[in-house]
Design a protein around this ligand. Structure first.
Ligand code: F6R
Ligand code: MG
Ligand code: MG
Length: 365
């Protein structure tokens, strides 16, 4: 059966600063989607990561479907009303436009979607990250789909022997989607040249070269390109089908033990290690650390199983300890050098304005 997996997320308000949506907001979004799902969705699941809430939906309407996107948009509008009633911080933060038109792209919420021909058994993963941007997935996606050190299936599984095709987007280009397709393994040096730059080049999707099927979809919106100003980091979501002729769930997970340094953290303007956390965890230290949550599902005829928490296992406690140490290390150097993002990636205008004033006071000797 052909099924579409759609995940749409937004920050529509949270408790105590940019920490975590309230239970009431969560319930409002859940009941809204539940009421409107009839005739449109087969199944759905609602979760949160940091201060963001996401709606996973299964249906047969294909990607970018207006009705499905409108349902998510309306649910976020309803959630925003609750956020306002409760006085939550940043109520409606990511709803950048007043009215819905067509699909959520360009309106603030982020989406990742895949239309798939369901296999007889269809495991897939939903990752949601906060206090970072879609480039946070670049390294894990390079390692799990191109590096046999992380994905032994590339060597061991004959049905993965042809490798994978990456579709990579230049997110600095605002007049339309500027994308390139590159094949792994032949193009891995070119893929690496692009993916090293997390703030500019972002993996949008990955397809198997053995079957032609899509296995990864990433949200690639850049909020500050849409709004022309800081509106919160882009806090991406990712869907990945696993097993068989795709990397296994464990191979997809392995890179997250690195706790690699990504852009985001406090005021979306710093660099911090990506911490794998349990489902529905909020934000904390220095408005971070940048975090990722993961839920595993199986889907059949569009019906979802309950989620399994990918980072609940005690193994990840050890990783979290290591990542905490990395976060403390980089925070010791405050604003200096690589602890803060480069000038054109700063999400607030204060430094830019100060430098503008100082610029006029400079003298050339
Ligand atoms: C980062 C983030 C927070 C805020 C910070 C200040 O993505 O959301 O670090 O930038 O808490 O928030 P405002 O400007 O809303 O007071
Ligand atoms: Mg927020
Ligand atoms: Mg967020």
């Amino acid at each position: 059966m052909k099924v579409t997996l759609s995940v749409i997320k937004a920050d529509i308000g949270s408790i105590g600063g940019h920490l975590k949506p309230s239970a009431m907001l969560f319930d409002r979004v859940r009941s809204f989607v539940g009421e409107r799902a009839k005739g449109l969705l087969i199944d759905h699941y609602i979760g949160s990561a940091g201060d963001d809430i996401h709606i996973l939906m299964t249906h047969t309407k294909g990607v970018d479907n207006e009705d499905v996107h409108k349902l998510a948009w309306d649910a976020f509008v309803a959630g925003t009303e609750t956020a306002k009633i409760q006085g939550l911080y940043g109520a409606g933060q990511d709803l950048l436009k007043d009215a819905f038109s067509g699909n959520v792209r360009g309106l603030g919420p982020a989406s990742a979607e895949m239309e798939i021909e369901e296999r007889p058994n269809e495991p897939f993963l939903l990752f949601a990250a906060d206090k970072t941007d879609p480039g946070a997935f670049n390294l894990p996606l390079y390692l799990s789909y191109s590096d046999p050190m992380f994905c032994p299936g590339l060597m061991l599984a004959p049905n993965m022997n042809k490798g994978f095709t990456y579709t990579i987007m230049d997110v600095s280009h605002t007049e339309g989607d500027r994308v390139i397709e590159l094949n792994s393994p032949e193009d891995i040096y070119n893929i690496a040249c692009l993916l090293r730059d997390n703030e500019r080049f972002v993996v949008e999707s990955i397809h198997s070269r053995n079957t032609g099927e899509q296995c990864v979809s990433v949200s690639t919106s850049r909020l500050h390109n849409i709004a022309g100003k800081y509106t919160g980091k882009d806090d991406p979501v990712l869907l990945a089908r696993t097993q068989g002729y795709f990397p296994s769930t464990g191979e997809v997970l392995q890179p997250y033990q690195i706790g690699h340094f990504v852009g985001g953290f406090m005021r979306g303007s710093h660099v911090g290690p990506l911490m794998p956390l349990k489902l529905n965890t909020g934000t904390s230290f220095f408005d971070g650390p940048p975090l990722i949550t993961g839920a595993a599902f199986c889907v059949q005829d569009g019906k979802l199983t309950e989620p399994v928490d990918l980072f609940e296992h005690p193994f990840w406690d050890h990783v979290r300890d290591n990542v905490s140490r990395k976060a403390l290390d980089i925070r010791r150097q405050g604003f200096s050098g690589s602890a803060m993002l480069p000038f054109n990636e700063l999400e607030y205008t204060g430094i830019v304005e100060r430098l503008g004033v100082l610029d006029e006071k400079f003298k050339v000797r």
